[in-house]
Design a protein. Structure first.
Length: 294
């Protein structure tokens, strides 16, 4: 269903507002460079500081510009179950959205029973397929393997995939053993994607693919084909960039890198994300050279 290099797209801003022309151009560039699907309104897209109108417009723009060339997995998560469902239903009505990426509710700190109730409510009240998003480093809440397994077994037609940014690679085996290869497992950590392929993941929802989409696409193609020698070489070329893009609060290093590479993109972020620090910029500059991008 979903595989390969899938950028969690930045949301371009200019003078504080969504830059629609730049976003359309960015979508085209990502597809031309080989990205296999697109994620608007994810964490890297600063979804937490988009208002509802902006959130919907970013998804609309992505669907319009992608025009069916690659799947669109729209960020639909919230710490409010009703808001997450509203996002899913909007995407359902819009059409052209392959699935909704739904992060574990943040701040509320629900129990595992609460997570099952939250995701079950979404699955039972929307027909859009759901990609679970587990990123406990940001949400505090961890969707434990037993919870993932219970949810997929309860809603096999609705909960079809997971983006796992827990950093716990053994979970790929736990999920695969219980749910089989039909349950699509995607990495949420660029540096762990190569190991993830060996264990059974099929791709990565990526930060680095924003900046180096062609290299990332080549890496994922090699890994998926089992050409691990080529994949290792590409991974080592990309590794400094994987690290540098988190040298400061994400996505400020990513936006700094993109502004260096493209005069039609700015480095603007929204508070509380500050502009990339001097140390962060130095790390990004060095990594862009290492990757052969400048």
């Amino acid at each position: 269903m979903f595989s390969g290099s899938i950028p969690a797209l930045v949301t371009p801003f200019r003078d504080g507002a969504l830059d629609e022309a730049a976003f359309r151009r960015f979508v085209d560039w990502q597809i031309e460079q080989g990205s296999s699907a697109l994620v608007p309104c994810g964490t890297t897209g600063e979804s937490a500081t988009l208002d509802r109108t902006e959130h919907r417009r970013v998804i609309e723009l992505c669907v319009e510009q992608a025009a069916g060339r690659v799947p669109v997995i729209a960020g639909c998560g919230s710490n409010d179950t009703a808001v997450a469902l509203d996002h899913l239903r909007f995407c359902e009505a819009l059409g052209g959205v392959a699935a909704g990426l739904c992060v574990a509710p943040y701040y509320n700190r629900p129990s595992q029973a609460g997570l099952i109730a939250h995701f079950s409510h979404l699955a039972e009240n929307s027909s859009l397929p759901i990609v679970l998003y587990n990123v406990p480093g940001r949400t505090v809440t961890d969707i434990e393997p037993e919870t993932v397994i219970a949810l997929v077994q309860r809603h096999p037609e609705r909960i079809v995939s997971i983006k796992d940014a827990s950093g716990k690679l053994e979970r790929v085996v736990q999920h695969r053993t219980a749910l089989g290869p039909g349950f699509v497992q995607l990495s949420g950590d660029d540096p762990l994607a190569l190991a993830g392929y060996v264990l059974g993941q099929t791709g990565c929802i990526s930060v680095t693919a924003n900046v180096a989409p062609r290299l990332c696409a080549e890496f994922h193609a090699a890994a998926a084909a089992g050409n691990y020698a080529a994949a290792r070489t590409l991974n080592e070329k990309l590794f400094p960039l994987h690290k540098a893009l988190f040298a400061d609060a994400s996505p400020s290093p990513t936006k700094y890198a993109l502004a260096k590479l493209h005069d039609w993109l700015t480095a603007e972020t929204r508070l509380p994300i500050a502009p990339c620090s001097e140390d962060g910029r130095k790390a990004v500059d060095a990594a862009l050279v290492e990757a052969g991008l400048v």
